[in-house]
Design a protein. Structure first.
Length: 317
């Protein structure tokens, strides 16, 4: 399934037309559109992190997710060169308007917490970080943010600072809800720079202008991603692995998230010919795997590095 989340109807209109989507009648308070095959849903969430998160949760819970699901957040963003030099800003700001970017770093403007969606697919867009804010930024506020960033970093660009200051109102909300349902490689955040901070209300015609010109190009890329995401669907582990998996989950009181992580680890061990079964049964015999509750179960797997897909028992070999 492909799930697209957009804040405003004016932004979504070109995609609804290009993808030939039709309104879903039984969607309650949510504004949803679906293709004829039932393989794509577009949701108009309304602006804001909370609205975006609620819409993502509703759609994923109602229509389901699996390894081939792809979640796409498309929208507009304020953009300005992340440079305190006014002359550089003036020269580059106008060039940014209308440019599309894909987010490789998401920053919550309220908590300053940073998230990193995996960009594992080919795309024709520039990659940049996005800061999600709760209120629309004015041009003077964008400049103030850039000056503050420069002063904090001593006038130098730090590893976490952004080359271009992109601000939206939904990306972090989409991410925080989506990551409960799919992997970080199963989502993308696509933004077009519509302004350098809004000091007056943009009309629906203004917004449609930025999306209509690029809708065909973006929909072509979306089809490529849909084709790729279908190949992500993997077979479940075999009968022997299922037995060990259930044993591990029972003994550690595993949550749904822990179960999925354990399944991934066992699949890796099987492919790598690692003799994990005798190690785990050995731990069970020594009663090191007998946990009283989920807290102890998590403690047992604290040495696990899910990045390198290793088991604590393997680390002791």
């Amino acid at each position: 399934m492909l799930y697209i989340f957009m804040a405003l109807y004016a932004e979504a209109v070109p995609f609804i037309a290009q993808m030939k989507l039709k309104r879903v009648n039984d969607s309650g308070k949510f504004v949803l559109y679906q293709d004829e095959a039932g393989e794509a849903i577009l949701a108009v969430t309304g602006p804001g992190k909370v609205e975006a998160a609620v819409a993502v949760s509703y759609v994923c819970a109602k229509y389901g997710t699996d390894e081939s699901t792809f979640i796409l957040n498309i929208g507009s963003a304020a953009g300005a060169p992340n440079c305190s030099d006014e002359h550089v800003q003036s020269a580059e700001r106008s060039e940014l308007i209308g440019q599309w970017f894909i987010g490789n770093q998401l920053v919550d403007g309220d908590t300053k917490r940073t998230y990193y969606p995996d960009v594992l697919y080919r795309h024709p867009f520039a990659e940049e970080g996005i800061e999600t804010v709760s209120i629309v930024r004015r041009p003077d506020e964008m400049k103030q943010m850039i000056r503050m960033d420069a002063s904090v970093n001593g006038g130098q660009k730090s590893g976490s600072s952004l080359k271009i200051m992109l601000c939206d109102m939904e990306a972090v909300g989409v991410y925080q809800a989506a990551v409960r349902f799919v992997g970080q490689h199963q989502m993308a955040f696509l933004k077009v720079v519509s302004d350098a901070g809004v000091d007056k209300r943009m009309t629906a015609e203004d917004l449609q202008h930025f999306f209509a010109d690029s809708a065909e190009k973006i929909c072509t890329w979306i089809e490529d991603v849909r084709t790729l995401s279908r190949s992500w669907k993997v077979e479940k582990v075999g009968a022997k692995e299922q037995e060990i998996l259930q044993l591990l989950c029972d003994q550690t009181h595993a949550s749904v998230t822990m179960r999925l992580q354990l399944e991934q680890l066992l699949r890796y061990c099987t492919l790598a010919n690692i003799p994990y079964e005798e190690m785990i049964r050995g731990d069970l015999a020594e009663q090191t795997l007998c946990c009283r509750d989920r807290k102890e179960g998590k403690a047992y797997f604290e040495p696990v590095s899910y990045t390198h897909l290793t088991l604590p028992t393997i680390l002791r070999v």
